[in-house]
Every structure is written in structure tokens, then in C-alpha cells.
Design a protein around this ligand. Structure first.
Ligand SMILES: NC(=O)c1ccc[n+]([C@@H]2O[C@H](COP(=O)([O-])OP(=O)(O)OC[C@H]3O[C@@H](n4cnc5c(N)ncnc54)[C@H](O)[C@@H]3O)[C@@H](O)[C@H]2O)c1
Length: 337
């Protein structure tokens, strides 16, 4: 750490670990991948090979080796959420800061246990990887909204949806392992982003759709309302949020913030264009940085939070519990017929 480089370990070398490894590579002057852990030795070796990172078959082995000769400054936990508690506890016990992938846990009870671990080891920072907080267009929307461009925000509209037929046979849709389906997976990004941009929410209605028999929901359609001002944006409470989360539908990643004088619209398929429309529908394209920098920005924020004690936009474990509680509320509303 003397050279300012923040050395990371990744625990869980599956799908999302590749995005983190790529994000580390994008800032060689600031970030390094020093170790990879996976129960599957081939997966760990594959991720570690081109940067010559150390590999371990378990988190216990990683932290034991790191105690003898410190080679990591933080850990990214990329396992399925149901595996998190012992891994986070081990990291915090060893004083190694944590960035846990989202959702924080597969149940509200486990999310609360993790938040209480974070309080117990409060000297060691712990965050949740709600990476859409680092999408530049989100910050552009908030900056222009604070400047009055769309007037008073009244509605927030978001769709994070895809066609992921492979999920039918993966842990993602296995109720006991995942704790929830499309709304927990994609929708937890949405609900955290709503909390970040518009403030803490109350969930008012939810419809879940199950395409796959015996598996979790494949679509979540949820209505929320902000009940407190957002700390990040200062947007006042009363904003309605509509969330569309899906695993078995046409792919779309879109976000809109609608005010009484105009609106912003961002389509992740047009990554450098934030669109403003006035009340008459006249469009203005505002150039913005593409969303694919979000994983890199999130890791640099992790490094800054640990090394410089900087205030960042990273989600805390308490934010992770707030998102988990919103999922729990939606699940209960969706079950009511
Ligand atoms: N931020 C995002 O946009 C985003 C995108 C995709 C997935 N995710 C999240 O990332 C997490 C992982 O998803 P994924 O798609 O990479 O899953 P995955 O199944 O592809 O990978 C998980 C990996 O963890 C390993 N693993 C499981 N238990 C372990 C343990 N105890 N110790 C070490 N390794 C262990 C598995 O062997 C596997 O290689 C999930 O919580 C998911 O919701 C986030």
C-alpha cells in the first residue's frame, strides 16, 4: 500500500468477478488484483493467470496467508449471497475491508446479521457493490435536477431486465439459495438506486410473475414512494418509483427522472447520451461518460474510502439492509392475492 496501490482479493471467481478484474486492470496506478479464491480451483486459476495473482481454495487459507505476509488491502466478495456471512466475518475479523456483491444477503435476517457484524468490527470498512450508484449519467441527472432543469421531481422510472434462460437451472432461481429471483437480483440494484437518488422508500404494490415452475420469480413489477429526502441528492419525499425487473423478457436497461418542468431519460444502450425533454417533448442530448466505468469507479471509491477515509457514494451494509427490507416488503405484497 506504500505506493498508493490498493491490493485486492476476489472471493468467488464466477461471472461478476470478471467485471471486477477488468475494472482493476483499468486503473493499474491505483488498483491491483493480488489474490483469487474459489472452491473451484480452475475458476480461481483462470481469473488469476494473466495478472499472476495468488490463488487459494478457501477464504480461510487466504486470510491465514495474508496474516503471515500482508498482500491484500481489501476483498471483493463475489459468491452467491447465501455464502456471505462466514466470509464477511472472516475478513472483518482479520481487519480486511470488504466490498460485498449485491444483494447483501439472500434473506432480510442474514442482511441484518451482516450489518451487525459491520457494526461489531466498525474500524474495518464494509460496503455493498450497488454499482449503478457510480453510473455517470445518474450524477449528471442529479446535478441538473439540483439546478432546477426538470422542476420538482415527481416520478422515477426504471427497467433492469434481460432474457436469461440459463438462470432457470442456476442457483439464481433456486429459492433456498437465492432467496428471491428477478426482483432480488436486478430489482435490488433498482431499489438501491431509488434510495440513493430519491430517498428511502415505502413499497406500495408488487406483482411477481413466475415463468419457471418451482423456481423464483422471473419478473417483478413494483411501485414505491420515497418517504424521506435523499441524503445524496436532497430530492424531497413523495417521488413515485416504478420498477420493472425481469429475467425472461426483452433486454432493456433504462432510467428516467420525471419532473414538473421536464424529464431525463437514460438508455444504457446509448451509453454516452443523457436525454432531456421539456414539457412539450423537445429533446436535448447531453453528452455523458458511459456507464461501463461504474465498476472501476466503485473500486476506486473503495480504495479511497479505505486509504484516504474519503466520503464516497458506496452503499453501506445498512443500505444493504434497507434494500433487503424493500425486497421483503415487495415479496409479501406480491404473495397477497
Ligand atoms: N453488480 C452487478 O451488476 C452483478 C452482476 C452479476 C452478479 N452480481 C452478483 O454477484 C454475486 C455472484 O454472482 P455470479 O454471477 O458471479 O455467480 P457465479 O455463480 O457465476 O459465481 C459464484 C462463484 O463463487 C464461488 N463460490 C461459492 N461459494 C464460495 C465460497 N464459500 N468460497 C469461495 N468461492 C465460492 C463459486 O464456485 C463460483 O465460482 C451474486 O450476488 C450476484 O447477484 C452482481
Amino acid at each position: 500500500m506504500a505506493d498508493g496501490i490498493f491490493r485486492l482479493a476476489i472471493i468467488g471467481a464466477g461471472g461478476i468477478a470478471g467485471a471486477h478484474a477488468g475494472a482493476i486492470k483499468a486503473s493499474p496506478e491505483r488498483l491491483a488484483l493480488s489474490a483469487v479464491v474459489d472452491l473451484n480451483a480452475d475458476a480461481a486459476a483462470k481469473l488469476a493467470q494473466d495478472v499472476n495473482a495468488k490463488t487459494f481454495a478457501s477464504a480461510a487459507e487466504l486470510f491465514k496467508a495474508n496474516k503471515a505476509e500482508r498482500f491484500i488491502d481489501g476483498v471483493i466478495i463475489c459468491t452467491p449471497p447465501s455464502a456471505r456471512i462466514p466470509l464477511v466475518e472472516l475478513a472483518l475479523k482479520h481487519g480486511v475491508p470488504v466490498l460485498s456483491e449485491k444483494p447483501l444477503a439472500h434473506t432480510l435476517a442474514d442482511a441484518k446479521k451482516l450489518a451487525s457484524l459491520s457494526r461489531k468490527y466498525k474500524k474495518t470498512p464494509a460496503f455493498v457493490g450497488y454499482c449503478h450508484r457510480f453510473v455517470p449519467a445518474v450524477h449528471d441527472m442529479l446535478r441538473h435536477t439540483a439546478g432546477g432543469k426538470i422542476g420538482t421531481p415527481v416520478r422515477w422510472e426504471n427497467a433492469f431486465a434481460c432474457d436469461l434462460p440459463g438462470h432457470e437451472t442456476k442457483w439464481f432461481s433456486e429459492p433456498k439459495k437465492s432467496g428471491g429471483g428477478a426482483y432480488l437480483d436486478m430489482g435490488s440494484h433498482s431499489i438501491d438506486l431509488f434510495h440513493f437518488m430519491a430517498g428511502p422508500s415505502k413499497t406500495l404494490g408488487a406483482v411477481f410473475t413466475n415463468k419457471w415452475k418451482g423456481r423464483t420469480e422471473t419478473a417483478g413489477t413494483v411501485l414505491v414512494k420515497s418517504v424521506k429526502a435523499s441524503k445524496a441528492s436532497g430530492i424531497k419525499p413523495g417521488v413515485a418509483g416504478s420498477i420493472y425487473a425481469g429475467w425472461a423478457e426483452t433486454c432493456r436497461f433504462t432510467l428516467a427522472l420525471v419532473g414538473d418542468k421536464g424529464m431525463f431519460f437514460y438508455d444504457y444502450e446509448k451509453p454516452s447520451e443523457l436525454v432531456f425533454k421539456d414539457l412539450g417533448g423537445k429533446a436535448e442530448v447531453i453528452a455523458c461518460e458511459a456507464h461501463d466505468v461504474r465498476f472501476n469507479k466503485q473500486l476506486v471509491a473503495f480504495a479511497d474510502a479505505v486509504q484516504k477515509k474519503a466520503k464516497t457514494h458506496l452503499a453501506s451494509f445498512d443500505d444493504g439492509v434497507t434494500a433487503a427490507a424493500a425486497f421483503d416488503a415487495a415479496m409479501k405484497l406480491a404473495k397477497k392475492k
